[in-house]
Unconditional design. Structure first.
Length: 110
């Protein structure tokens, strides 16, 4: 079971992770070159398209992580944080410390 102090620490960690992730996403989107702005031949434009595609995948993964963080913060607010979504047992503290947005215990992790 998680103490109130540990819960506060995990909430602070999740909030910090969320802020950092949002800043990273913003930074990447601001720095991104679109294939339409690239000067040069077709090979240069193709390379830019590939870069944009890879960057979109990373941003998609980051958005997925952001959603997981938001769900974890909501679980804290709802008083159900730290319980496995599969078996309802408590998630191990070392797992939550490593991945504070984890939704399952070690037994049910994917």
């Amino acid at each position: 079971m998680i103490t109130n102090e540990q819960l506060s620490e995990l909430h602070a960690l999740l909030t910090e992770m969320k802020i950092e992730l949002i800043e990273t996403i913003k930074s990447e989107l601001e720095d991104e070159e679109t294939p339409f702005n690239v000067s040069g031949d077709m090979a240069d434009k193709a390379e830019a398209i590939t870069y944009v595609s890879v960057n979109e995948e990373l941003t998609s993964g980051q958005k997925n992580t952001l959603e997981k963080i938001d769900r974890a913060i909501k679980r804290i607010e709802d008083g159900i944080f730290g319980k496995c979504s599969v078996c309802s047992n408590f998630i191990e503290l070392d797992r939550l410390t490593a991945i504070p947005y984890a939704e399952t215990c070690k037994e049910h992790m994917q």
